[in-house]
Design a binder for this molecule. Structure first.
Ligand SMILES: [Zn+2]
Length: 297
């Protein structure tokens, strides 16, 4: 009898306790999966649909002088396959007289994100690494080629990304802080993404970095985050020449021919960014009444 009871106890342990212990161990090793399961569960996918908006041919040079068009570098894909060209120059500006330079297209967005972190969690968001010039990246690469990316393949050379932390919580530990969780699960609302997400190592080639935020702007940040994509997957999901409708925007990825691209007609404002694969991504903010749609046959 005693032996049987002992055996039953052992059996109960394996059936009930062991899975719990294993689950706890799993979430301890992958805390982001736990947060995603709890905090991120209410997220809804954003549909990105092909649309038949009427498009007009426009020259990129002429668009530079159009007040409703803003050119920036927000959607440049940078990795070891799509490296920055030798003559790349980051468009930078100083962040709030801080002596810290960032890409000009992220100044407002970063300020809004930092303010939200302070308001929601009480923590001040700090930057451990922002823009780096090529020489700086070269030095980091020479010091530690396993961790640092080769010069030309680091987003840090564009000023579009930042490594952030709060007091006591940096690196992998950032996610253990309330601020880290806020940044990881709400930065898309400020135009940022976690560029190297836990689920994206296969596509990005870089392990999960909960501290590295990258600006891409709207609605791209929300599409990438809510649809659980990497930036690589998102950029290439946009077929060249096709116009998409998502979250109140029209988006088209265009490969210029003789300096000309096709632009959806009738948007109130446009953001145009090279994607570093030879195309431009044109994002039009629309008022439904002004958009022209082609008649479907
Ligand atoms: Zn970084």
């Amino acid at each position: 009898m005693v032996t049987r009871r002992k055996r039953r106890k052992k059996h109960t342990f394996f059936v009930i306790a062991l899975p719990i212990v294993l689950l706890m161990a799993y979430f301890a090793v992958n805390p982001d999966h736990w947060y995603r399961l709890t905090a991120g569960s209410e997220r809804q996918r954003i549909s990105v649909k092909e649309t038949k908006a009427s498009m007009e041919e426009r020259s990129l040079a002429d668009m530079q002088t159009d007040e409703s068009v803003q050119f920036n570098q927000s959607l440049m894909l940078i990795n070891t396959e799509y490296m920055l060209s030798e003559d790349f120059v980051a468009e930078t500006g100083e962040y709030k007289d801080s002596g810290v330079d960032m890409n000009i297209c992220i100044l407002e967005a970063y300020s809004a994100l930092a303010a939200a972190v302070k308001e929601e969690t009480g923590d001040k968001l700090y930057i451990s690494s922002g823009i780096r010039d090529k020489e700086h990246q070269q030095r980091l690469y020479e010091e530690d080629p396993k961790t640092a990316t080769i010069p030309g393949a680091s987003e840090h050379e564009t000023g579009l990304c930042m490594d952030v932390y709060v007091t006591y919580y940096a690196g992998d530990g950032f996610l253990k802080s309330e601020a880290g969780q806020f940044v990881n699960y709400s930065c898309d609302e400020y135009g940022f993404i976690i560029r190297y997400p836990s689920y994206g190592e296969k596509e990005t080639g870089i392990r999960f970095e909960p501290w590295h935020i990258r600006y891409v702007g709207f609605p791209h940040s929300e599409i990438i985050y809510n649809n659980k994509l990497t930036m690589e997957e998102y950029i290439f999901s946009l077929k060249e020449g096709v116009c998409y409708e998502a979250a109140g925007y029209l988006i088209t990825r265009q490969r210029p021919v003789d300096g000309k691209v096709y632009v959806p007609e009738g948007c109130d404002s446009y953001v145009v960014s090279p994607d570093n694969t030879g195309c431009y991504i044109i994002t039009g903010k629309k008022t439904v009444a002004t958009i022209k749609y082609l008649e479907t046959a």
